[in-house]
Design a protein around this ligand. Sequence first.
Ligand code: NDP
Ligand code: MG
Length: 381
Amino acid sequence: MPKRIIILGAAGSIGRQSIEVIRQSAATEEPLVLAGFSVHHNAKVLLSLKNEFPHARAAYTGDAASAPTGADWAGPEALAQLLSAVQADIVVNGIAGAAGLSASILALQNRMHLALANKESIVMGYRLLKQLADDNDLSIIPVDSEHAALFQLTQKIGMHAIAELTITASGGPFRTLPLERLAEMTADDACKHPVWKMGRKISIDSATMANKGLELIEASKLFDMPQEHIRVLIHPQSYVHAMVRTFDGALYAQISEPDMRLPIHAALHWPHTYPSPFGHAELAGKTLEFFEPERNRYPLVWLARNAMDAGDAACIAYNAANEIAVARFDAARIRFTQIAQVVSETLAHSWNLPVSSFEDIFDIDMKARQISEELVEHIAW
Ligand code: NDP
Ligand code: MG
């Protein structure tokens, strides 16, 4: 039986690349079937996907009044309706931001495996999501390239033998910019990513390396590894996505061309490894470089480590404060360098709060957003 897939956030960068993986699979011995998908506001993509995949059911999660006629469900309940009406083997969560957490919960509650690109879900609620997955005998398969790489490495080597994890970062578009010029950089400058073509939020996060801060938290939670044993290395070529060091000192790396379709393909076929045309690396003639990140260029990496030391609630606050700060930076309300300031000052509040239910998570998220909104209001340009 071909695997049935639901893609959430089908119009986004992850969503579109997931559709490409499904398209490419059609001519192979392991075809994947698009059973359903969601878009938030992109009616054009909804209509063209309905045209291409007439059997796929579609949810339009934006305002029902502006939904196109092809939508099977529309409005704020559309995601829940799609996930309870359509049974699939795997749900790809490619929704951007904290909104993705509810989608992850719904996918697992409806007993479907989760291919998780939405890193905010992991940062905010991995422990509870994992519990939900375990209770229903389901898997959470990471799609974020570094974590997909660690997932492959840890499965192949065995967690018991692993002493240290390394995730790599491209360093973003400002890696070599003189530090004194960072404050004048605009959101459009930040979105000119040297390697990956991604959504706007994650592109800005790559420039500040808040993306790597979120990924440190993500790696720590997914692989149950204390943050002191997770390293971040800048690797501008983005060929090596992650490494593990075994207790005997050897390093093992996962290497591919930077192409998100490979981790998506791996997640959709997991636990099997099938041929793919995506990401084959050819190393002859290539120079691969690795550097330690500079603390004064990328303070958000260290702020993420502080958040991890402070506990789960502080990690939720880190994500929320960064989301608010990035949105305000994208609207030219604050400067690039003030993103870290907003996150740092938000984290300076007390986050010694219990996180024992999804309600707790949403409450802490809301509280952190309010605090950072106020900080943004009073920040001097
Ligand atoms: P994009 O902004 O390209 O796409 C996200 C999609 O989410 C949009 O198409 C949008 O729909 C939908 N969306 C936005 N808000 C909501 C909401 N409130 N409810 C429902 N749907 C919503 O983002 P990316 O694809 O780049 O990233 C998606 C996730 O994957 C993020 O968490 C990111 O960190 C993660 N990720 C992305 C990578 C990449 O290479 N892009 C790599 C690793 C992780 P619409 O367009 O219809 O309005
Ligand atoms: Mg990543």
